[in-house]
Design a protein. Structure first.
Lengths: 326, 275
């Protein structure tokens, strides 16, 4: 239903001014090719700066690509960007257009601007607020809500008025588990009843694994992999992730620990290692017995996640820390 | 793209028959100009309750303050007094319509908030007109209050004060249109704020003081500021025998500037929304 071919966007280099260093030319999206199928929840996963938001802006007609084509439900979005608004609903990261409205008016106004007449807009508004559990907050301005509640109100605005494609840029940021569940069940219901397709931008690997049908992994503007979460994880099935948290300092005087250090990604007191199952067993035996155990605060042993896939596919280790695992 | 036959889907937009020939799916409805403008207007008006009340108070307080200050310099009932009262009243429109709207659109553009409107099938004119209309409406109580207070303070007749019903919307269109255009064209929000402030200062300095004593260069500048025509129109009506043709002419200038600036603002919106 959505075909992207050879999409590219390069931000020009910015010359430094007094005191401020310049930035080099950035290829935000680099020859991106994707096919999103009808009725699936398709994810774009990557750390900040990977090009997810640029790609989404190009798909929603908010930004003209330098090269390539975007076709949604048979419409050429590069040539007719204004048609995007009549095919899809977009939830951006910014809520400043709605901040000073009440939850109820934000949803109603958005519905009206999506072409619904007053009666339909109000009926849709009531239904969506009820579905997301926002009815009690309907009269409160978005500005006065907590971050997660405000995000939920923005989701409500995105869901009013039917659209065959929902483009959601990190919809559940800051939400508690109850609100998250409400969002995913509302999305699932639309998919089951109307065949709605969802394009989801996320840097939360756990969420990506649980809700996505397929995921494209982005790194520095390129799609480095595209498959189901399970399919991607098979690529690193031979590995086990070991996380070690030291109390203060790692006991480098233990030779086995010193040897592990070369293979660990260090982040404060935490070491993350990707090891073959046999190696992992030996490593765990080492740190849980003898001198090293006194220095150990916590350890976990887990099957690989999409974060490991990202690293295995060549994503760099520092950017991987931008992926959220909660 | 995956082809799914229409009968496997439940009723909904996807079950709508595809547009003939092209193979492209039918598009959702467009929002029509007037209903969407009304929706934007209503939403913007409701923002007043949350965020704008203190600013409206400031706008009125500022104009009333100017009236009191000028009372020490200008005699009651004089020709100059007519300009002071008219200028202070229109200043409320300039403060809210020009300054605050420029700031609002500047911030909306800077923060990415325009994306929300840009991904809805709404005509640019509806967003601009709805917001400009709401901001012009915010000014009504302050303008009326200032005019009444000024009439009492300077001993001017109140018989023709109804002309505000034409001055506020037309000067409002001109100044709010200018504010919207400046806010949407400014590359940075701070610049939008600066331009809005400058515009309001222009309206203040050039509108409140009587034109007769100004040097030619300043008078020329005064003629370039759209609020001047609102002030002139309103000031005329305090006379014993107002020249209604002149009043209409001044109001027509306001309307003309309003049409041009709102058109520019709608164009600037489209440009700012799709980068």
């Amino acid at each position: 239903m959505c075909a992207v071919r050879g999409l590219g966007k390069t931000y020009p280099a910015v010359r430094g001014r007094r005191g401020a260093p310049g930035t080099p030319e950035v290829r935000a999206t680099d020859d991106v090719t994707l096919d999103i199928r009808q009725g699936e929840i398709f994810g774009l996963l990557g750390p900040n700066g990977a090009g997810k938001s640029t790609l989404v802006r190009q798909l929603t007609g908010l930004m003209r690509p330098d090269a390539g084509s975007v076709e949604i439900l048979g419409h050429d979005i590069v040539r007719h960007p204004e048609r995007a608004a009549r095919i899809l609903a977009y939830l951006g990261q910014e809520s400043s257009a709605l901040d000073e409205l009440t939850v109820s008016l934000a949803a109603e106004t958005t519905a009206r601007l999506r072409g619904l007449d007053l009666r339909d807009a109000r009926a849709e508004r009531d239904a969506v607020l009820d579905e997301l559990g926002l009815t009690a907050l309907a009269g409160r301005p978005l500005k006065k809500l907590s971050g997660g509640q405000r995000r939920l109100a923005c989701v409500a605005a995105a869901l009013v008025g039917e659209r065959p494609l929902l483009v959601l840029d990190e919809p559940t940021t800051g939400m508690d588990p109850v609100a998250r569940r409400a969002v995913w069940s509302a999305v699932d219901r639309r998919r089951a009843e109307r065949g709605t397709t969802v394009l989801l931008v996320t840097h939360n690997v756990i969420e990506a694994e649980t809700v996505l049908d397929r995921v494209a992994v982005l790194d520095q503007g390129k799609v480095i992999a595209c498959d189901t979460p399970a399919g991607l994880k098979e690529q690193v099935a031979g590995e086990v992730r070991v996380e070690l948290v030291w109390r203060e300092k790692p006991p480098l005087d233990v030779p086995e620990v010193a040897a592990l250090r070369d293979r660990a990604v260090e982040s404060g007191r935490r070491w993350t290692l990707r090891l073959a199952p046999e190696e992992a067993r030996v490593a765990v035996a080492t740190v849980t017995g003898g001198a090293a155990f006194a220095a150990l605060d916590d350890f976990t042993l887990a099957t690989p996640s999409l974060e490991d896939v990202y690293l295995a596919l060549g994503g760099n280790a520092r950017s991987a820390q931008g992926l959220v695992k909660a | 793209m995956t082809v799914v036959s229409a009968d496997v889907l439940p009723s909904g937009p996807l079950a709508v028959p595809e547009a003939a020939g092209t193979g492209a799916a039918e598009l959702g409805p467009k929002a029509r100009l007037w209903p969407s403008m009304a929706a934007v207007y209503r939403a913007q008006l409701s923002r007043a309750r949350v965020a704008r009340i203190p600013l409206l108070f400031v706008a009125t307080f500022q104009s009333v303050g100017i009236l009191i200050m000028m009372r020490g310099v200008v005699d009651g009932g004089s020709h100059d007094a007519q300009f002071v009262v008219a200028g202070s009243s229109v200043l409320v429109v300039a403060y809210v319509g020009l300054n605050l709207l420029a700031q609002y659109f500047g911030q909306l553009r800077g923060s990415g908030g325009l994306d929300h409107y840009a991904t809805l099938p709404v005509p640019p004119a509806a967003v601009v007109l709805g917001a400009a209309g709401a901001y012009a409406s915010f000014t009504v109580p302050g303008t009326v209050l200032t005019a009444l207070f000024g009439c009492v303070l300077f001993g001017l007749p109140m018989g023709n004060i109804w002309i505000l019903a034409a001055v506020v919307p037309l000067a409002g269109a001109a100044l709010a249109g200018l504010g919207a255009a400046l806010g949407l064209l400014a590359p940075r929000p701070e610049l939008a704020t600066l331009l809005g402030q400058l515009g309001m200062s222009g309206a203040l300095l050039l509108g409140v003081l009587p034109a007769d004593r100004m040097p030619d260069a300043v008078r020329f500048l005064r003629d370039l500021v759209p609020s001047t025509y609102g002030v002139e129109a309103f000031a005329q009506t305090f006379g014993a025998h107002p020249d209604w043709a002149l009043v209409l002419g001044d109001l027509a200038v306001c309307a003309g500037v309003g049409v041009v600036s709102l058109t520019v603002a709608a164009w600037a919106y489209r440009r700012a929304a799709v980068r």
